[in-house]
Design a protein around this ligand. Structure first.
Ligand SMILES: [Zn+2]
Length: 288
């Protein structure tokens, strides 16, 4: 009888986890590579039922923030890296080392983009680092390299129960880059990462997100000055958000150009997009 009772309890407890009774986005890093305001670079954590389950990007400083957030490597199941620039990826290896001090029964899935003439693919990036010496090369990880040359196509990347992660190739000058959409029973969170807002099919991928995270590193003048076309300027961000109609727009990845011209830049966004906006800060939590 006791055995049956225990079975019934565990049977009904398990679906509670996969149904995700609470989903919370926590900003780990809201800054960029030339931060001037004490922010970590790009990184986002998704708590599902109080577990630090999913992380998107692992830029410099995010491993420190991960600890400050009280997150656990044992609970972390998936890390999606948008692209290989250090402000999005370099703390991946600090996190792997952090994981050595906690128990892991199942592999940590880590995913990132395929390469091109300028960048190695994600698995080569990870292998090159981990195989450089024996020190790190024993952690239980599964590496997924996602084709970043497939514009206009959402690709399933990872799932656990009702939580699903999709990727989408975006345009970031010469750098293979992925956006991610996290689908949960409580709603969807989309991370656009660094991109210039020209990818075909992007509007469909981000449509109706509950939270849309867009990167805000430059001011309006930067693109007009003829720099490489890496980032959407504030006006473009506003136009994208107006079409997507998220329940909340989170602006993040601030750099000196956007911070020094914040109110002007924000006005440019709001010229098109009239919905709610939050300016990200490290460790801020937003519940779905
Ligand atoms: Zn960046």
């Amino acid at each position: 009888m006791l055995r049956i009772t225990l079975f019934v309890i565990s049977f009904f407890c398990f679906p509670l986890i996969t149904q995700a009774s609470s989903v919370t986005l926590q900003i780990l890093g809201s800054g960029g590579p030339n931060d001037i305001s004490g922010r970590a670079s790009s990184g986002y954590l998704i708590w599902i039922d109080e577990e630090s389950k999913i992380m998107i990007d692992a830029g410099s400083g995010t491993s420190l923030r991960f600890g400050e957030a009280g997150a656990s490597m044992s609970d972390l199941a998936f890390i999606g890296i948008s692209h290989l620039h250090t402000d999005h990826s370099i703390d991946l290896f600090s996190l792997i080392k952090r994981g050595y001090f906690s128990k892991r029964d199942t592999p940590l899935t880590i995913a990132g983009p395929s390469g091109n003439d300028h960048y190695v693919g994600f698995s080569t990036f990870v292998d090159n680092f981990l195989n450089s010496y024996d020190y790190l090369n024993h952690y239980n990880i599964e590496i997924k390299t996602i084709d970043a040359s497939l514009p206009g196509k959402a690709q399933p990347v990872w799932s656990e129960g009702e939580i699903k992660v999709y990727s989408f190739a975006v345009e970031h000058a010469d750098t293979p880059t992925l956006a991610y959409r996290i689908v949960t029973p409580k709603g969807d969170i989309v991370f656009m990462s660094d991109n210039n807002a020209t990818a075909a099919g992007m509007d469909e991928f981000i449509k109706d997100a509950n939270i849309l995270v867009m990167h805000f590193p430059i001011n309006e003048q930067e693109e007009e000055s003829g720099q490489l076309f890496w980032h959407a300027n504030p006006s473009k961000i506003g136009q994208v958000a107006r079409k997507a109609q998220p329940k909340l727009l989170v602006l993040s990845h601030f750099m000196d150009l956007s911070l020094n011209d914040k109110s002007n830049s924000l006005n440019k966004v709001q010229a098109s997009y009239k919905g709610p906006i939050i300016l990200a800060n490290d460790l801020v939590k937003i519940s779905l």
